[in-house]
Design a protein around this ligand. Structure first.
Ligand code: FPP
Ligand code: MG
Length: 335
């Protein structure tokens, strides 16, 4: 039996209970969606699932539902959890194709192992399964929220592709990209949990906004980890964003800092060697780019806390504390 990997950093009574009781049910639902008359699609979807995953987005749904008093997840919540994880898996399959990435979750990517057409189709398959699940709930709001998030993340990914290399514009554009490509699913998760647990429209909106801000902080930290992480824990090679000239927070701030070395680095026509990337990583680690990027992530986390503080009535304060800890853990990933 495959189980979601609970990161050590996320150990607490409430979260452990979710990993022990609710997420295994979600996992079973997800696995049931891999059934296919195509052995290749079945193999790829199982492969991606088996190589890891924290089920962070389902966790956010379940926590948000608990925040509004739903201790035992309803069938609709379980379905929404499975659906969001399937969407996330589909984006990973497609993202690795777009990035030509050989590694995912510390293993060979599906793109590398099974090739482009098969992994593309496996992603399509998962996306259809995800929408199938949402539709079975017959809940128009869930379907609409899900559609909105998926449109947004597709547009974010497209925008990221168009401003790679020397076509970068600004920090504002970077924020737009990450809010679309990453924060949209976090936002969907938090709003969905609140909605199904009976939160008011106003409370659901607060959770939607909270998820957006948490997701933004999460992606900024992810970008910083590209030069700061310990490679063996990171699951992919360091410096990928540098190498691919992705509009990451580090790259954007470095270019905007006016450092001539940044201009030289990004204007260089030849692909950089591994040695050049390693030297650049060391250089940036010792620059104030990382400090500035962490400050920005902190600001988003603070805004997220402010959102949560708007909730006073009818919430479980222990779960609120859990959300606050989750925010701290997000920031501490690169402390
Ligand atoms: C990972 O970012 C990628 C995303 C968060 C979004 C990917 C979205 C698509 C591929 C659009 C497809 C849409 C659907 C609905 C299937 P990253 O490249 O910064 O992270 P990584 O380092 O983990 O690859
Ligand atoms: Mg990628």
């Amino acid at each position: 039996m495959i189980t979601a990997q609970q990161p050590d950093s996320l150990k607490s009574d409430i979260i452990s209970e979710i990993y022990d009781y609710a997420l295994p049910i979600v996992d079973n639902k997800i696995i049931s969606c891999f059934a296919s008359s195509s052995p290749t699609i079945f193999e790829i979807t199982n492969y991606l699932f088996k190589i890891g995953g924290k089920r962070f987005r389902p966790l956010l749904i379940l926590l948000s539902a608990r925040l509004f008093g739903m201790q035992t997840p309803s069938d609709k919540i379980i379905i929404a959890c499975a659906s969001i994880e399937l969407i996330h898996m589909a984006t990973l399959l497609h993202d690795d194709i777009i990035d030509k990435s050989a590694t995912r979750r510390g293993h060979e990517s599906a793109y590398k192992k099974f090739g482009l057409p098969a992994s593309l189709l496996a992603g399509d398959f998962l996306l259809v399964r995800a929408f199938g699940l949402s539709c079975y709930t017959l809940d128009e709001k869930l379907i609409k929220y899900t559609e909105k998030a998926c449109l947004s993340l597709t547009e974010g990914e497209e925008l990221e592709g168009t401003i790679t290399g020397d076509k970068w514009k600004s920090y504002e554009e970077y924020l737009d990209i990450i809010q679309k490509k990453t924060a949209s699913l976090f936002s969907l998760a938090c709003a969905t949990g609140a909605y199904f647990a009976g939160a008011t429209e106003e409370q659901t909106k607060i959770l939607e906004q909270f998820g957006q801000l948490l997701g933004t902080a999460f992606q900024i930290i992810d970008d910083i980890l590209d030069i700061l992480a310990d490679e063996k824990d990171f699951g992919k090679p360091l410096g990928t964003d540098l190498k691919q000239r992705t509009p990451s927070i580090v790259n954007i701030l470095w270019l905007e800092s006016g450092d001539l070395r940044a201009k030289e680095f990004f204007n260089c026509e030849q692909p950089q060697t591994m040695q050049m990337i390693e030297e650049t990583i060391l250089y940036l680690r010792n620059s104030n780019i990382v400090i500035r990027a962490k400050e920005i992530a902190n600001q988003f986390a603070e805004l997220a806390k402010t959102e949560l503080d708007k909730l006073d009535e009818g919430i479980d304060f222990e779960v609120k504390q859990e959300f606050l800890r989750l925010l701290d853990k997000t920031l501490n990933r690169c402390a």
